[in-house]
Structures are given as structure tokens and as C-alpha cells.
Design a protein around this ligand. Structure first.
Ligand code: TXA
Ligand code: MG
Length: 328
């Protein structure tokens, strides 16, 4: 099992020695290693059992530090960074040669982000290298939002977990880059996440959203089947689904937005936000999915949330959880 600690110095020393550590961010826990040390980066892929074509986000202490690793910082993206970092935003920027190919999977752009969690920021400030960190889950599973989630799934493969409590945002960062258009380029959202499209548009004006392109995705987190729990997972009207499945004698668990379903035992349900707050729902989403997954039910039924603000990113994760798994 991994050692769970709140000691940043211990974690920093391990990272300096090329070891891995799971670290909290405001979005989800990441599995971190020195981004400039290819052995550490390779160990991340190994621990996650992640296909090596999937590139990693480089975490930095500040927007200023980014210029060491990129050749250009287009004005709209810089404006977003200034407004949001530290926060749930990842930017795709043209890389410098010192960024290892293993981090970008050989792509021309590197993903960079300044995380908002105080422990992650404190750690990055104490290091003289950036941290490559994918979400700290085995490939294809739900991202962890508690140190215990990491321990349960990767504890036998990594030495250390920095415990920063529950992640306040709860879903992964929003990924934005410049997309070449007809003669010029414009900002484009590649992954819906903890920063909503409307918040982005309030800062830099209209953006395109390409979060669902699946062939050769710019952000492979957009692949289907990516956030799947182990239990069968259905996304639709939960009342109708529950009635039908209960008639078949199935043991049903339910994931609901604001209120539990009367027809199902309360212990087999998770309500994401009694007051209908999408931020609160996002922060609880992955922990609720894990708890329902652990019940050993035949099927989890989930209802879609309102298609607005963070509801778009939450529904995106729910759709992926419900997508038929074909690769595992
Ligand atoms: O909130 C987050 O972003 C968390 C925390 C730990 O920072 N990290 C995270 O990493 O979600 P990961 O590896 O699970 O998802 C990162 C996504 C992947 O879909 C990856 O393909 C995409 O970002 N990505 C990374 N580098 C890229 C690049 N150079 N070009 C395009 N997509 C990239
Ligand atoms: Mg991930």
C-alpha cells in the first residue's frame, strides 16, 4: 500500500529522486512525476496501464513558468490563463524541444496547467521542474477525488499519496487550444471540464467546442468508454428505467441530481445536489459513482443533468460511463 501523507517536503524529495506520487488538485487527483525525466514519465504510463499514445498534462507553478516550455502564447489563451489560473483550465501550446516526446506523445503542442489546490501549488513552487500528471486512476476508470480512491486503485503500484482532502471542483480541467481555421486560428474547447464554456466565453468571447470528435482526438480523454465504473451503467429517465429493471428482479442503484427516487432504497442512491447546484454536483460526481459501483448492484441508473454550465461536462462524463465498453 502507498503511504498517505500531508508532508509536502517528503513528496518533493521523492519526486526529485525520480519517484512517483499521487497529488491532489482542485479538479481530481493526479499521478505525478518529473515531466523532464523520461524514466519518471514512463513509470506513470506503467502504473496507469495507459496506452502510450495518450499525452500528459504538464503542471507548473505559474503562467510565467510556461514560457520556458512553449514557443508561443496566443493572446486569447494568455487572457484565459490570466483570468483562471491557478484553476481548472489546461491550455494546448506549441512546445519547445526540451519537453520530452513521451509527455506530448510526439504531438506539436504540450498541455500545460497551473492547478488551484494549495498543496499542489506549494509542491510545484518547491520544485525546479514541472510535473507530468494524468488523473490518478487506472486507464479507463473514473478519476479519483479523494486520497482513498487513489489508494484503492493504485496503492500497490505507487509509493506515496499526498492527501489534500476532497477535490473542490471534482471533474477534470477544461482543455482549450487554438484551432486552425480558414487562414487564421481561433480558440477551441477540446475537453469539457471544470471550467464551463460560458465562463470561457465571458472572458474571451465565442469559442468552438470540439469535445466530441473521436477519430484521432486532439484530447484522447474524449474517447468513449473513458469514465466507466465496473457496474452496468444506464443514462436515461431513472424512474422509467428503475421500474422496468425492478420488474425483472434486478438490484438497482440510482444516481440522481436533486432528489432520491421513492421506488429505490435510499442507501442505494446518491443525490448530487439537493439545492440543484451544478458545482456541488460536479464536486460529488465521481465519489458518488464509486460508492454506487461498490454496492454490487446489477445496474446503476443515472439521470442526465440540465444541459447548461457545468451540466454539459457532467453529462459528458455520464455518457462516457454509459457507453458500451469494448476494450476491457
Ligand atoms: O484536471 C485535470 O486535467 C487532471 C489533473 C490531474 O490535472 N488531469 C487529467 O489528465 O485529467 P489526464 O491525463 O487524465 O487527461 C488529460 C487529457 C487527455 O485526454 C490527453 O489526451 C489530453 O489531456 N492531452 C494531454 N496533452 C495533450 C496534447 N499535447 N495535445 C492534445 N491533448 C492532450
Ligand atoms: Mg484521465
Amino acid at each position: 500500500m502507498a503511504e498517505i501523507t500531508t508532508n509536502i517536503d517528503l513528496i518533493a524529495e521523492a519526486l526529485r529522486q525520480g519517484k512517483l506520487a499521487a497529488i491532489p488538485t482542485e479538479t481530481v487527483y493526479g499521478l505525478a512525476g518529473n515531466a523532464l525525466d523520461v524514466n519518471a514519465v514512463a513509470a506513470i504510463f506503467e502504473a496507469k496501464q495507459r496506452p502510450s499514445f495518450d499525452p500528459l498534462i504538464m503542471h507548473l507553478a505559474s503562467a510565467e513558468a510556461v514560457s520556458d516550455y512553449v514557443t508561443d502564447f496566443p493572446a486569447p489563451l494568455r487572457a484565459l490563463a490570466d483570468a483562471i489560473w491557478p484553476g481548472p483550465l489546461t491550455l494546448l501550446l506549441p512546445r519547445r524541444a526540451l519537453v520530452p516526446d513521451l509527455v506530448t506523445s510526439g504531438l506539436e503542442r504540450v498541455a500545460v496547467r497551473v492547478p488551484g489546490h494549495p498543496l499542489a501549488l506549494g509542491l510545484l513552487q518547491s520544485l525546479d521542474f514541472p510535473l507530468a500528471a494524468p488523473s490518478a486512476n487506472p486507464f479507463g476508470y473514473i478519476s479519483p477525488t479523494l486520497a482513498e480512491h487513489v489508494q484503492a486503485q493504485l496503492g500497490d503500484r505507487i509509493p506515496l499519496i499526498l492527501d489534500g482532502g476532497a477535490c473542490s471542483v471534482g471533474i477534470e480541467s477544461t482543455i482549450v487550444g487554438m484551432e486552425e481555421g480558414m487562414g487564421d486560428s481561433e480558440p477551441c474547447v477540446y475537453r469539457l471540464g471544470g471550467l464551463s464554456v460560458s465562463e470561457i466565453e465571458n472572458i474571451i468571447g465565442p469559442v468552438t467546442v470540439k469535445a466530441h470528435s473521436s477519430s484521432q482526438p486532439a484530447a484522447p480523454g474524449s474517447l468513449e468508454q473513458h469514465y466507466a465504473p465496473g457496474t452496468a451503467f444506464l443514462l436515461d429517465d431513472t424512474g422509467t428505467l428503475a421500474e422496468r429493471l425492478q420488474q425483472q428482479g434486478k438490484y438497482i442503484a440510482a444516481l440522481r441530481f436533486q432528489a432520491a427516487l421513492p421506488a429505490i432504497d435510499a442507501t442505494a442512491q446518491r443525490v448530487l445536489s439537493l439545492k440543484g447546484d451544478l458545482r456541488e454536483a460536479a464536486a460529488r460526481l465521481f465519489a458518488a459513482m464509486r460508492e454506487l459501483d461498490a454496492l454490487g448492484a446489477d445496474t446503476i441508473v443515472a439521470e442526465p443533468l440540465p444541459e447548461e454550465g457545468l451540466g454539459l461536462a457532467i453529462n459528458d462524463r455520464l455518457r462516457r460511463a454509459a457507453a458500451q465498453r469494448t476494450d476491457c
